[in-house]
Design a protein around this ligand. Structure first.
Ligand SMILES: Nc1nc2c(c(=O)[nH]1)N[C@H]1C(S)=C(S)[C@@H](COP(=O)(O)OP(=O)(O)OC[C@H]3O[C@@H](n4cnc5c(N)ncnc54)[C@H](O)[C@@H]3O)O[C@H]1N2
Ligand code: MOO
Length: 422
């Protein structure tokens, strides 16, 4: 494919559901957690608004000047030529008493309450001053440089909708409105468990055939957020009873249990059987993706279970495509609509029949049109971590006959979005 964005040939989505279809099925099955708490303003950052917050007052609360200059009381004719006698000064925080008569002016500063009787503000750069009067050098119209009470927010208007993930901008809006506290959804409790007899925790000795557990620290970091009550569920060996009891225990206190490893088809893949043995269910998602195909989703009691594959890149992609959305849904956050970004492929790659391939890629430059060019950094593989650390995101190679050729536009998912609530 040479021109335009790589499109998906539906005949080739035979390997499973598209990521969007699989996510929609999963989210259909998950409801936001019940329970709210009331928090002080600064503590609301990173939390999800559970009840709409309305404006107790207008913003701005009073008419005021947008510039340093002179507030003019225009004559009935509306003309602004000639001199306006300066009768006082008004600064921010100290409103002026009394009313200004037509033909008079007040020295005014940005943020100062607009004096009664005045019609407009002229910037100080646009006037001449003579004999205690101000002479505008250009026409001034009523309303110029005046910010009216309520022009930003009307009283009782909704400031934050239910489902808003509170960030610095929302805190500023609430503070401007004088709101000291607000109701947010309770934090979502997520437990992360690594499964695998070969896994060792950091600090332990590596015996023959063992590796250090790297998924847990990665997933915990991707989940670290004020809206998440994180639990490190440790490592469980590939053994039915310990896997079952670790998952069952976590499911009692957690809204979401994320496991990695043990979800594939081998006899040593105990996660599904463990969840089922405890009375829950866990099904492969049948998502047509590479890596990450063995992803599984289910329930145990009230908890949602997400089984990520063991290979680190596959676990990360599973978290990108499903895990982070599950947490957002459980928290009651309004889904963030992100339109796909595209970049110019600096590489050739065959498509994987029936699978969307997520290939770590780095931005390596710009083309003649100023568009970013991305490259996939040589040989990848779902067990490799080093190329991942050198990448800026993922290129999505869609299923289709042609694959991607140098110069094609490919979807690019920035690494910054591979996080909870991102
Ligand atoms: N016969 C088949 N074998 C496999 C298939 C398949 O379809 N048929 N799929 C392969 C794919 S793709 C993946 S991905 C893996 C997923 O398998 P599991 O989720 O069951 O994962 P494990 O077998 O437990 O581990 C896979 C790999 O990852 C390493 N691992 C596991 N946990 C961690 C961790 N916490 N930190 C670092 N590395 C971890 C583990 O040692 C294995 O090397 O299955 C393929 N096989
Ligand atoms: O999910 Mo596996 O790592 O696709 O390669």
């Amino acid at each position: 494919m040479k021109d335009g964005a790589a499109t998906v040939d539906p005949c080739f989505i035979s390997g499973g559901l598209t990521p969007q279809e699989a996510l929609a099925l999963v989210l259909e099955d998950v409801a936001p957690v019940a329970g709210t708490e009331t928090l002080r303003l600064a503590e609301m950052a990173g939390r999800v608004v559970s009840t709409p917050i309305r404006a107790p007052r207008a913003l701005p609360p009073f008419d005021h000047s947008a510039m340093d200059g002179y507030a003019l009381a225009l004559p009935a004719s509306g003309r602004s030529w000639g001199g306006f006698r300066i009768v006082g000064t008004v600064v921010a925080g100290r409103p002026m008493r009394g009313e200004i008569a037509a033909g008079e002016a007040v020295r005014i500063f940005t943020g100062a309450a607009f004096p009664l009787g005045c019609d407009a503000v002229v910037m100080q750069e646009h006037v001449d001053l003579r004999d205690g009067a101000v002479f505008p050098r250009r026409e001034v119209r009523a309303g110029d440089n005046v910010r009216l009470a309520g022009e930003d927010v009307a009283p009782d208007e909704i400031l934050l909708r239910e489902g808003t993930l509170v960030d610095a901008r929302h805190l500023a809006l609430l503070a401007a409105s004088g709101i000291v506290e607000g109701k947010v959804a309770r934090r979502v409790r997520v437990t992360v468990i690594s499964t695998g007899t070969e896994l060792r925790a950091l600090g332990e000795n590596l015996s023959e055939g063992a590796i250090y557990d790297s998924n847990r620290v990665m997933l915990l970091e991707l989940l670290r957020h004020p809206g998440v009550d994180l639990v490190d569920g440790g490592i469980v060996p590939d053994e039915p009873s310990s896997t079952a009891s670790a998952i069952a225990e976590a499911a009692v206190t957690s809204d979401l249990v994320i496991t990695s490893g043990g979800v594939s088809v081998g006899e040593q893949d105990f996660v599904r059987r463990s969840v089922e043995a405890s009375g829950g269910s866990l099904r492969p998602l049948k998502m047509g993706i590479k890596p990450g195909k063995p992803l599984a989703f289910g329930r145990l009691g009230k908890a949602v279970i997400l089984g990520l594959p063991g290979n680190p890149l596959a676990a990360l992609v599973g978290f990108l495509l499903v895990g982070r959305h599950l947490v957002a849904r459980l928290a009651g956050a309004t889904p963030i609509v992100r339109h796909p970004l595209y970049a110019v492929a600096g590489f050739d790659r065959n498509a994987s029949p029936g699978r969307f391939e997520y290939a770590p890629a780095a931005v390596v430059g710009m083309d003649a049109f100023g568009r970013p060019v991305v490259d996939t950094l040589g040989r990848g593989g779902s067990a490799r971590l080093l190329p991942l650390t050198r990448s800026d995101g993922f290129c999505v190679v869609p299923p289709g006959v042609q694959g991607v050729a140098k110069g094609d536009m490919v979807e690019f998912v920035p690494m910054a979005t591979v996080r909870v609530f991102a």
